[in-house]
Design a protein. Structure first.
Ligand code: AMP
Ligand code: ZN
Length: 113
C-alpha cells in the first residue's frame, strides 16, 4: 500500500515536520490556506473518519490535543484558529489517511464553503 501521509510519517517522503511523537506527526501543508497551515496525522493508517474504531479513540483525541498545543506554540491559540477534518468526496477529502488541518494567523469565515 502506498500512502502519501504514511510515507511522510516514516520520512520516506520529505515534509516540513514541526512535531512528532510515537503516535502523531504534524507537518506543514504544501498548499497553505492560512499563514500557518499544519496537518496533524496519526502514524497509524486510517483512511477516513468513517474508519475510526473504538480502539482509536485516544489516538483521535491526541490529534486534537496536539493541534491545540501547536496553536499555542505558533502563537494563535488565544486569537483563534480553525481545525478541519474532511471526509470523502463531498467533504473535500483528497488524501485518504485521516488528517486534521490546523490553520491560524488570519480570520476565518463561517459557514465553510
Ligand atoms: P484534504 O483535501 O482534506 O484531504 O487535505 C489534503 C491536504 O494535503 C491538502 O491541504 C494538500 O495541500 C495537502 N498535501 C498534499 N500533498 C502534500 C504533501 N506532499 N505535503 C504536505 N501536504 C500535502
Ligand atoms: Zn496512510
Amino acid at each position: 500500500m502506498t500512502c502519501l501521509f504514511c510515507q511522510i510519517a516514516s520520512r520516506e517522503l520529505p515534509a516540513q515536520i514541526v512535531y512528532e511523537d510515537d503516535e502523531v506527526v504534524a507537518f506543514e501543508d504544501i498548499a497553505p490556506q492560512a499563514p500557518t497551515h499544519l496537518l496533524v496525522i496519526p502514524r497509524k493508517h486510517i483512511a477516513t473518519l468513517n474508519d475510526i474504531e473504538e480502539a482509536d479513540l485516544a489516538l483521535v483525541g491526541r490529534l486534537q490535543y496536539v493541534a491545540a498545543r501547536l496553536a499555542r506554540q505558533f502563537g494563535f491559540a488565544d486569537d483563534g484558529y480553525r481545525v478541519v477534518m474532511n471526509c470523502n468526496d463531498d467533504g473535500g477529502q483528497t488524501v485518504y489517511h485521516i488528517h486534521m488541518h490546523l490553520m491560524g494567523g488570519r480570520r476565518f469565515t463561517w459557514p465553510a464553503g
